[in-house]
Design a protein around this ligand. Structure first.
Ligand code: FES
Ligand SMILES: [Fe+2]
Length: 366
């Protein structure tokens, strides 16, 4: 990578930044415990209104939130723990989207409930998280081959139980949100702190990267000298490995041998200008609720700083300036757009995805 002729800048336009949502992936919706049995919850993903629910028996489901009759939001209706009822004419749907009642119809009239099925989405719960599959528009049904779910390495002492789930709404596109989270050079400016990192406190970094399914991995390395928050939390310099994968999932595994921390950051596009960023943390550091409260404060602050930073970028980019991606600090952003392009191309051509990322060493100061 470093032997290629020095390209100092690359116009941002070349990366194909026109916002497109990626289909064919699981998207994070909420922590499993937030969806209570017998209740529903309305969400919007990629501009589509979706009704999430959990039956009395505990099974999660997701239906299109618009009634197939006249479009009323089903989430404004009622749910008896088994079936959803539209508030307008009382059509009822089970958790698989099958219509079970159309009160206005006489027996000889069409349609009858059996003729109507509303769009439903596959959902899956794992490690305390509720994921929803966004397939081809209006075909989000299990006939597509579902990809495997993103999985966080297990922290042996706590298993699949997370310690903390944080959600932050970013007022920007998923592209800005995810590239903002993978950007390595903003830390000393955006996340400076008197406790763990001085303003403009930078060191030279050299990291090895390799391809991972649907993305890349920053190979296992010892966290750098200015990652003090980490060292404070884990009681030493941890070995860290970070994976980024489409459509906007970052998984981090850090261990000192004594303690382990795993983090899942998942970006879900609400609409073109809104992205929900979920940060789920698993650790075995002792301290119970006190540790949790402390981490909530620090991690929440980090997320808020990132949200503000990308909002400033969004405001600047609204003027459509010429921008650039520099070597090597912005290489991961370039990879993200490359992966995205290849994913869309492979779907269009109906062929397997071919990961364009190659092994590389990147160097920068941060
Ligand atoms: S709009 Fe839902 S039943 Fe008519
Ligand atoms: Fe950040």
């Amino acid at each position: 990578m470093n032997e290629s002729p020095p390209i100092l800048t690359e116009p941002h336009g070349d990366t194909g930044t026109a916002l497109t949502f990626l289909r064919g992936f699981w998207y994070y919706t909420m922590a499993s415990h937030e969806l209570v049995a017998g209740k529903t919850c309305a969400v919007v993903i990629m501009g589509e209104p979706i009704l999430l629910g959990r039956t009395r028996d505990g099974a999660a489901f997701a239906l299109s939130d618009t009634c197939p009759h006249r479009g009323t939001l089903l989430s404004r209706g009622s749910f008896d723990g088994q079936e959803v009822e539209c508030p307008y004419h009382g059509w009822r749907f089970n958790s698989g989207g099958q219509c079970t009642a159309i009160p206005s119809q006489l027996p000889d009239q069409r349609p009858q409930p059996a003729d109507i099925k509303t769009n439903c989405f596959p959902v899956h719960e794992s490690q305390g998280n509720l994921w929803l599959y966004m397939g081809r528009p209006h075909l989000g049904r299990p006939q597509e081959n579902l990809p495997t779910l993103p999985r966080v390495p297990e922290v042996p002492a706590v298993g699949d139980r997370f310690q903390l789930h944080l959600r932050r709404r970013f007022d920007c596109s998923i592209d800005l949100a995810i590239t903002g989270l993978m950007d390595p050079a903003h830390g000393a400016f955006v996340h400076a702190s008197t406790v763990w990192r001085g303003h403009r406190d930078v060191l030279t970094k050299e990291k090895q990267f390799s391809p991972a399914p649907l993305g890349w991995r920053m190979d296992k390395h010892t966290a750098s000298g200015n990652a003090r928050a980490y060292r404070l939390f884990l009681g030493g310099a941890p070995e860290t490995e970070i994976t980024y994968s489409l459509p906007g999932v970052r998984i981090e595994h850090a261990t000192t041998g004594r303690f382990t921390y795993c983090g899942l950051t998942a970006c879900t596009p609400v609409d073109a200008q809104t992205t929900d960023v979920h940060h789920v943390m698993y650790w075995d550091v002792p301290g119970g609720g006190l540790t949790r409260a402390l981490v909530r404060r620090v991690a929440g602050r980090f997320l808020g700083q990132d949200a503000d930073a990308v909002a400033d970028m969004r405001d600047g980019q609204a003027y459509d300036p010429e921008t650039m991606l520099v070597q090597d600090a912005d290489n991961q952003i370039r990879w993200y757009y490359r992966l995205k392009k290849e994913w869309q191309q492979s779907r269009k051509e109906d062929r397997p995805f071919k990961n364009p990322i190659e092994t590389a060493v990147l160097r920068w100061r941060s």
